[in-house]
Design a protein. Structure first.
Lengths: 208, 643
């Protein structure tokens, strides 16, 4: 199964994925025209801030199986694409009841007018894995936009394996008490994170 | 391989560039085009001008799609404020670059007047006298050095002038100056306006986008009618006012069996001396000793334009060709000063024998050899640099040399003085041709290259359409080099012009596209427009003229575009400026400015459509002046070409 795998420790919070997502889901597919479209395209991936400063998580539909949203949709507007396993919304069948949003474990279904709907009213908006791009053998727009490797697209087991291997290496280095040459982050990013943690911590100490 | 599959053809219309790109690809050498691909997709916040790093509560960005997303920065700045502030800082940087170049020339001029510079002299005494008169400096019975000294001090004072006006701004028609004064955009000094840009864009200062942009106009005027004009005028005094001269352009000017030295960057102070040093008999002998047949100095970008205009020194190419010159494997040294020099050069040069030699006290490049230049020992330093290049010749690896055959003849050197001379000593024949419609109007086409645009495609498509429609084109910078390479700077190119322009060019023996110099020499275009407007008794905004920067990329180009519009000239940009995140700012620049300053910007990436926008503007101005005109709306707008 192919999916967008998130490496939250690499996310620097630039939100380029959000812009790329909105443009990809616009009628024009062009940034300069998209910002002027009547039914403004919306990002379906949302970068939320972590508890600690300078941490963030790009949150999006995980295309669950079984998908709670699909199970509760009373009109059958939500279905699964056979080839890609993508959970998709038929904008014209959506009655904006928000049942899907209530059961979504990730809170990533929102409601806005879409150029794909006949009626100019809010419909359920969620990640569709850029299904048109997938069919052209392109990666989702958010993944293409991510310049730091926080979002990668591929087979879930292969991506997990790669991450697991890296983790194993790091742990083994730590166990050996050796300078972590295989650390996953550049020193300046680690220092930046450390400072973020320190700033967050400093605020807490004053509170308590 | 079909043309469309060939990436080299997609990236450039220039044959020399295409052949070098194929060689680069074969050798696995990275160039600016690969680096652009690695950046794609570029950040939408940046493209729209919706990010701000001016304080440490930020960085902030404004969500252009989601109005439940952030619509204000932490301080409360809106999209309008962010975009206007970003634009103002770009203008400040561009004006600073041009004006600091002007300051350096003024400094050389001062040292020369004091007898302290090493190798410079006052070459154009007539221009010195004219400038002295403009500054109310007496010349009767005084030596040229004495006059020059007083003028040098007066011009130096323009940079620190606190209360204005900058003298050269008064070359603009009285109506234009009155408008600048009324709007409060008449610059008070060169440095002051740039400093104020930085102050206004600091956290918590200026937030009204109209107010911010008005200061942008003021700053840009201090560049075009100030710093840039100072650079041009004093360069003419020191190095001679350009006159028509023949030369050649494109990478084919590099020579197989000679020491090739590429002078790249912007200021003429160093390149003039390199040209002189290369003629030194001792160095010529050394070159022979090293097995070379001679020393071949060629130019690149605007420092190349300076020595091309004044000495007919061949020009190897424009901005996007700087890496390709190194990839020919035939360049012993690239000598650089300031502006538009890619920091990629030293890394690239490691793959060849080429030495990158930086010279400016302001600009160092990791990996380059730094031989600092100063005006006092100019000639000696130039000789040291040329010697280094000559000594590098035996390191050239013969089997890696591949110089493209492409080079084209060109006629360059059209200063305002040279144009007036070509017209027989007065502007009148040109004015007549404009009045009777033989020539519809004049277009200034300038600006950079940008890998987002197919190299030279924007420049050539626009210029060819304009001359075919009887619009006389004047150009500078990378556009001028593009046109030189394409043969448009030859009198024979009149064949590509419409019947009216063709007849005028053939009668005068001049090309339909006049090369007026480097990017600071856009000031020459302003002077010409001012003179034409004064001769017709109107403002510049009434003239049948238009400007364009089809492939612009630099902050200098932002300042240029702004001073051209501030001077009353409609300007078409070929790449999208980082302002679209604010519909208000966009609308001010593309529509509202018309009622304020008498001109606007337009953005049109398709050169053939851009040409129509300019032709329509020119015809509407002809109509307003009561000259024979074609209904602007009857000029058909071509459908955009889709890739």
């Amino acid at each position: 199964m192919k999916t967008v795998f998130v490496n939250p420790e690499r996310c620097i919070g630039c939100k380029q994925c959000q812009i790329a997502c909105a443009v990809e889901h616009s009628k024009s597919k062009n940034l300069y025209q998209a910002i002027a479209e009547d039914r403004k395209p919306r990002p379906r991936i949302l970068v939320g801030p972590g508890v600690v400063l300078d941490t963030s998580f790009p949150n999006k539909c995980r295309h669950c199986e079984p998908a709670p949203c699909m199970s509760v949709c009373p009109t059958g507007a939500i279905s699964r694409d056979g080839d890609t396993g993508t959970v998709v919304v038929d904008a014209d069948k959506c009655i904006t009841c928000a049942m899907c949003a209530m059961v979504c474990p990730f809170d990533v279904i929102t409601f806005y007018p879409s150029y794909k709907a006949t009626l100019d009213k809010a419909v359920a908006i969620k990640c569709d894995h850029c299904i048109e791009r997938l069919r052209r053998d392109e990666v989702p727009a958010c993944v293409e936009a991510c310049k730091v490797g926080a979002l990668v697209f591929g087979d879930i087991n292969e991506l997990v394996k790669a991450a697991r291997t890296k983790l194993a290496q790091t742990v083994s280095v730590a166990v050996g008490q050796i300078e972590p040459a295989t650390a996953r982050l550049p020193a300046n990013v680690e220092a930046w994170r450390d400072l973020g943690r320190a700033v967050t911590q400093a605020g807490r100490e004053v509170e308590s | 391989m079909t043309a469309l599959e060939d990436r080299a053809v997609q990236r450039s219309v220039d044959p020399a560039t295409q052949s070098m790109l194929r060689i680069a690809e074969k050798q696995g050498i990275e160039t600016v085009w690969e680096r652009l691909e690695a950046q794609l997709p570029q950040c939408g916040y940046g493209e729209l001008g919706l990010c701000c790093r001016h304080c440490n509560m930020g960085p902030c960005r404004i969500d252009p799609f989601d109005d439940t997303g952030p619509q204000k920065g932490v301080c409360g700045a809106t999209a309008d404020t962010l975009v206007a502030r970003g634009l103002l800082r770009a203008i400040a940087a561009g004006a600073a670059a041009h004006s600091d170049h002007g300051r350096d020339i003024a400094h050389t001029f001062l040292l020369t007047a004091e007898g302290k510079s090493g190798g410079y002299e006052i070459k154009d005494e007539a221009k010195l006298a004219a400038l002295a008169a403009e500054y109310d400096i007496a010349t009767e019975g005084r030596s040229k050095e004495d006059v020059a000294l007083e003028l040098a001090h007066a011009i130096h004072a323009e940079f620190g002038n606190q209360s204005g006006p900058i003298r050269f701004t008064r070359r603009a028609p009285a109506a234009r100056v009155a408008l600048w004064e009324k709007l409060g955009v008449d610059p008070r000094g060169v440095d002051r306006e740039i400093v104020e840009c930085m102050h206004r864009t600091h956290i918590g200062v200026d937030h009204d986008y109209v107010h911010i942009i008005l200061h942008g106009l003021r700053t840009s005027i201090s560049d075009g009618w100030g710093g840039s004009m100072i650079a041009t005028e004093l360069s003419d005094v020191l190095f001679g006012t350009p006159e028509p001269v023949m030369s050649t352009a494109n990478l084919g000017v590099l020579k197989e069996n000679e020491v090739n030295i590429v002078a790249h960057g912007h200021e003429p102070t160093l390149s003039e001396m390199i040209v002189a040093a290369a003629l030194d008999p001792g160095l010529a002998a050394l070159a022979k000793e090293k097995g070379a047949e001679g020393i071949n100095v060629v130019g690149m970008c605007c420092t190349g334009n300076e020595i091309l205009m004044r000495h007919g020194v061949p020009i190897a190419g424009n901005f996007l060709q700087q890496e390709l010159a190194v990839i020919t494997g035939a360049v012993e040294a690239v000598i650089v000063d300031v502006q538009c020099i890619m920091p990629a050069l030293p890394d690239l040069a490691q793959c060849y024998h080429t030495e990158i030699i930086s010279t400016s006290p302001k600009a160092k490049f990791p990996g380059a050899t730094h031989i600092e230049f100063n005006e006092e020992q100019a000639f000696d330093i130039a000789k040291t640099i040329v010697r280094r290049a000559v000594e590098n010749y035996p390191n050239r690896s013969r089997e890696r040399v591949s110089i493209p055959d492409d080079k084209t003849e060109c006629m360059v050197g059209f200063s305002v003085e040279a144009i007036v001379k070509a017209l027989g000593g007065t502007l009148e024949p040109l004015l007549d041709a404009i009045r009777n419609g033989t020539i519809r109007g004049i277009a200034g086409v300038v600006g950079c290259n940008n890998p987002k645009v197919r190299h030279d495609y924007g420049h050539l498509g626009l210029v060819e359409d304009l001359i075919a429609n009887d619009v006389l084109v004047v150009n500078t910078g990378c556009n001028a080099i593009a046109c030189a390479k394409a043969g448009l700077l030859l009198p024979e190119a009149a064949e590509q012009a419409g019947d009216g322009l063709k007849a005028v060019c053939q009668a005068l023996g001049v090309p339909p596209v006049l090369h007026m110099g480097s990017c600071v020499d856009i000031s020459r275009i302003l002077v010409a427009c001012g003179a034409i407007a004064n001769a017709l008794g109107v403002d510049i905004s009434d003239l049948p003229v238009a400007g364009a920067a089809p492939e612009w990329m630099s902050e200098k180009a932002v300042s240029i575009g702004t001073y051209v519009v501030s001077s009353g000239i409609f300007t078409v940009l070929g790449t999208v400026p980082q302002v679209l995140g604010s519909p208000n700012v966009t609308s001010l620049l593309t529509a509202g400015a018309e009622d304020v300053i008498g001109a606007t910007f337009a953005v049109e990436p398709d050169p053939h459509r851009a040409a129509v926008l300019m032709l329509r503007r020119i015809e509407s101005k002809r109509k307003a002046l009561g000259l024979p005109f074609v209904d602007p709306e009857s000029i058909a707008m071509p459908e955009p070409v889709t890739a």
